[in-house]
Ligand binder design. Sequence first.
Ligand SMILES: *Cc1c(COP(=O)(O)O)cnc(C)c1O
Length: 224
Amino acid sequence: MCGQEGLWFHIDGAYGAVGVLDPAVEPFYRGMEAADSLALDPHKWLSVPVECGCVLVRDAQLLRDTFSLVPVYLRTEPDKGFGGLPWFSEYGFQQTRGFRALKLWLTLAGAGREGLTEIIMRHNRLAALLRDKIAADPEMDLMAAGHLSVVCFRLRPMGIADDQLDAMNKGIVDRIQSEGECFLTSTVIGGRFALRASILHYETTEEDLDVLLNAVRRGALAVG
Ligand SMILES: *Cc1c(COP(=O)(O)O)cnc(C)c1O
């Protein structure tokens, strides 16, 4: 559609783009290769230390045409002095910049495509397992079941009125975040408060899923 209408096709793949490495979900990414630009955050699923945001732009010349503003005192000539290389300041807002790319390069070089694929496949498998554990628990609701490593759910203990569930689950997030044993965030789905587990750490194991679910279950005791 973007092609037909002459529109720029941008994909926000901040979290999800690298999921394409997992053959089990790769078909869902069909069309990604047609993007004009793709944002991705190596500080999420690639475990690069915060922060390291990234944008890939198909036609680098367009980027340069947009941003390049080289004052006379910074002008260089190709093949003279340190001239000739692409100056990254011509491709974005920033003039002076740190070498953030180094930590990303080290991660790519250290893990390789195979190592990263292995981690991402494992995370997606763990998320599927977490969804199964939640679905099998009569006191939990699975609220969003996607294909990647984020799982949204809530605790719904027997005997708790529906109108108390949001407040109870909010209390669970507050307690888990301050306890520090595991970490959860939250969101709202269809107007209902949801716990949001995001499996992104390279050392996360199945055992950690049980630690998390047990920490959530303790919320029922606190209310009961
Ligand atoms: C994290 C995220 C962002 C924000 O990225 P920052 O690097 O935190 O600014 C935007 N879009 C999606 C889909 C994200 O997951």
